[in-house]
Design a protein. Structure first.
Length: 229
């Protein structure tokens, strides 16, 4: 790993601040002053202004996403989900999957790129469960059509089989194993209905903690992290 990247990840400093610290002579590697950030480091001891640095372990976070927040690290129009976390925790975090601006519920964030890839990989078929509020009563054949697969507008292949559990004529639980663009809304549009509220409850074996109010978060347990193997 390059020294400047290590300094960023170990401290949360931006690249520009790391560059300034190097230029001021505040960084040593194995006791020797270093001013260039492009050197490679492995197991050396790196000090910044006399403080021994180490990479923090990967972070895995569950967030109860509210409406009105975008699943991104920055946006010029809408507030981003990272703004719901303490500033000192946000460096390097990325959304492991996304939720639409108006969708609420379970959102996972991490700085472990491989874990995030496994969670999102189509080959892994990580199931996701949503609660949907519909504009109209559900058609009688909707569950069967979802189970068979639907051809969405603009697609050339039908969706993978999905499970539809009916709570009421206008409220359902939907479990899918894909993540196409606006997939849930497009699936209900394909059966002549419209989603007016959408809430994600579960990804794989990870369920939204019902003690978390909207906007609240917690670290995943070791068991939850290991479930995405």
């Amino acid at each position: 790993m390059r020294l400047d990247r290590f300094l960023c990840e170990a401290t949360g400093l931006t690249r520009s601040l790391v560059k300034k610290a190097l230029a001021r002579g505040e960084v040593t590697v194995n006791g020797e002053l270093v001013k260039k950030g492009d050197i490679k480091i492995d197991a050396q001891q790196v000090h910044l202004d006399g403080r021994l640095l180490s990479l923090q372990p990967p972070r895995y976070i569950m967030l109860h996403k509210p409406q009105g927040y975008i699943s991104a690290t920055q946006d010029e129009v809408h507030p981003c989900v990272l703004q719901l976390l303490p500033p000192e925790l946000t460096s390097g975090l990325q959304c492991a999957g996304r939720l639409d601006l108006d969708t609420t519920g379970l959102l996972l964030l991490t700085d472990d790129g491989q874990w995030s890839h496994r969670l999102r990989s189509p080959k892994r078929a990580c199931y996701k469960t949503y609660r949907a509020e519909l504009a109209e009563p559900l058609a009688a054949d909707a569950a069967a059509r979802f189970a068979e697969g639907l051809l969405l507008h603009g697609e050339d292949k039908i969706t993978l089989p999905a499970t539809l559990d009916i709570i009421s004529p206008t409220q359902v639980l939907l479990t899918i194993q894909e993540g196409k663009y606006h997939q849930v809304k497009r699936m209900f549009a394909a059966v002549g209905n419209r989603v007016i509220a959408l809430h994600r409850l579960q990804i794989g074996d990870i369920q939204l903690d019902d003690t978390l109010a909207e906007g609240q978060w917690r670290h995943l347990t070791a068991e939850e992290v290991a479930s995405i193997a």
